[in-house]
Design a protein around this ligand. Structure first.
Ligand code: CA
Length: 291
């Protein structure tokens, strides 16, 4: 049980996230138009007439070659609770050329101290958080990720229900203090204590790898490079049921989370976590043989 102690000690931080997101990020179910307005700043953008928002049952694969304001929000101009050392800024989400031959690009979440603290919600650092405008239900959430290395850092892929009341959440977290490990977790109605630390057998900061979880009414199964690494069945507490946003972020621990993340020390150079693609497959398509 000792290996879970750090997580238990910081079990309150998700509540801080929840409290903030409920108040600021998800005051109501966001619309596509609101997403465009939020991310476009002062630029007038009206996408509502020409787009069809994905539904709960619609899967997607986003190659992350450019910002898609229909599917995604860039968090901008706020910070979470005291456990988070960075405020979110849209300009800390980058789309970078990766391979000239294939034209593949990757999305980078950049953590630095520009222009902090005044432009970073009074946090010492700024970073990126990218999350779907719509909510998704049971199915497979996956991404190809190269994590950030260094004490204090967290690179994530997760679902978060938002809305009113305590939130549901399913997590993949790679802590920069030891990028040879993956931490899985879930929250149901804000209640955690379902953490698990997985040995990856590689350093997640050295190359891209595929990370996934399959969420159903009866289980959550986490996968790394297509291999099942952990299963939760609800035996340790009810499984999440609420449709949720799919989210990624990079952040430094602070205050109450430092016992889990280790304290973050900035060396003056921007730090990035990289995402090559993000994919969602609804549950009813998971057993379809692939061509
Ligand atoms: Ca890509």
């Amino acid at each position: 049980m000792n290996k879970f102690n750090n997580r238990f000690n910081t079990a309150k931080w998700p509540l801080l996230i929840a409290t903030f997101l409920l108040a600021s990020t998800f005051p109501t179910t966001p619309t596509v138009t609101q997403a465009a307005e939020q991310t476009a700043g002062n630029t007038s953008v009206n996408t509502s007439a020409s787009v069809t928002a994905p539904t709960l049952s619609a899967g997607f694969t986003d190659e992350l070659n450019q910002f898609d304001p229909v599917r995604w929000y860039k968090a901008n101009g706020w910070g979470n609770g005291p456990g988070f050392g960075a405020g979110w800024r849209a300009d800390h989400i980058e789309f970078l050329g990766d391979d000239i031959e294939t034209k593949n690009k990757v999305m980078a979440l950049r953590l630095d101290n520009d222009p902090c603290p005044t432009g970073c919600a009074n946090k010492a650092y700024a970073s990126g958080e990218y999350f779907t405008t719509q909510k998704y239900g049971y199915g497979r959430v996956e991404a190809r990720i190269k994590a950030a290395k260094g004490d204090g850092l967290v690179t994530s892929l997760f679902t978060y229900s938002g809305g009113s009341g305590p939130a549901d959440e399913i997590d993949i977290e790679i802590l920069g203090k030891d990028t040879t490990k993956l931490e899985t977790n879930y929250f149901t109605n804000g209640v955690s204590a379902h953490g698990k630390i997985i040995d990856l057998g590689f350093d997640a900061s050295e190359d891209f790898h595929d990370y996934a979880f399959e969420w159903s009414a009866t289980s959550i199964k986490w996968y790394v490079d297509g291999k099942l690494v952990h299963t939760e069945t609800g035996a340790r507490g009810p499984l999440p049921t609420k449709p949720s946003h799919i989210m990624v972020n990079l952040w430094p621990g602070a205050g109450p989370t430092e016992s889990w993340t280790k304290p973050f020390v900035y060396n003056g150079k921007p730090i990035r976590a990289y995402y090559d693609w993000i994919k969602f497959t609804p549950e009813n398509e998971l057993n379809t043989p692939q061509p």
